[in-house]
Design a binder for this molecule. Structure first.
Ligand SMILES: [Zn+2]
Length: 163
């Protein structure tokens, strides 16, 4: 993924890391635009990544605050992967990517930005996305861009994750 040009990543790298965990303290259900929360389930969450590699880059996390995969019980693991699978389906229908990178970075040395709370990345890919990304203006308009992405995904997540 290193070859992707995402200038707003610099903002993340240079920003002071917040003390509070972005995956903790979310409501028990529903969505929240301010925190880019697309889905809150009983044991897992879906967030839009504030510092994306591509448009619609999602983060899937268990509610349990842990950096250790072994600390998730069977139900939490199943829920995490069910939500991962459903999120991929939502993206397929909503934004029609040509492929996905799915991954987990465990530990700072492996590239994890947030090491304390494990999470999965869903990075949708489109043909040529590494070519049209480097537009200088993109970095400036990103907050609006993110909001637009959130507004596009929020209703489809709401519908797809209806109990
Ligand atoms: Zn946490």
């Amino acid at each position: 993924m290193k070859q992707l040009w995402a200038p707003w990543r610099l903002e993340y790298i240079l920003s002071e890391k917040t003390k509070t965990c972005i995956f903790c303290h979310h409501p028990l259900s529903g969505q929240n635009k301010k925190s880019l929360l697309l889905h809150a389930g009983p044991s897992s969450l879906v967030l839009l990544n504030r510092y994306p590699y591509t448009s619609c880059h999602l983060l899937i996390a268990p509610r349990k605050h842990t950096s250790n995969l072994s600390e998730l019980d069977a139900d939490e693991m199943l829920d995490l992967f069910s939500i991962l699978r459903r999120s991929i389906e939502v993206l397929k229908n909503a934004v029609k990517p040509a492929g996905f990178n799915i991954g987990m970075n465990l530990g700072r040395v492996a590239g994890a930005g947030i090491t304390r709370h494990l999470h999965l990345h869903i990075v949708p890919r489109w043909q040529g996305d590494t070519n049209f990304m480097p537009i200088a203006a993109e970095a400036v308009v990103l907050p609006e861009h993110l909001e637009k992405t959130y507004n596009r995904l929020a209703p489809v997540f709401k519908t797809s994750f209806k109990p």
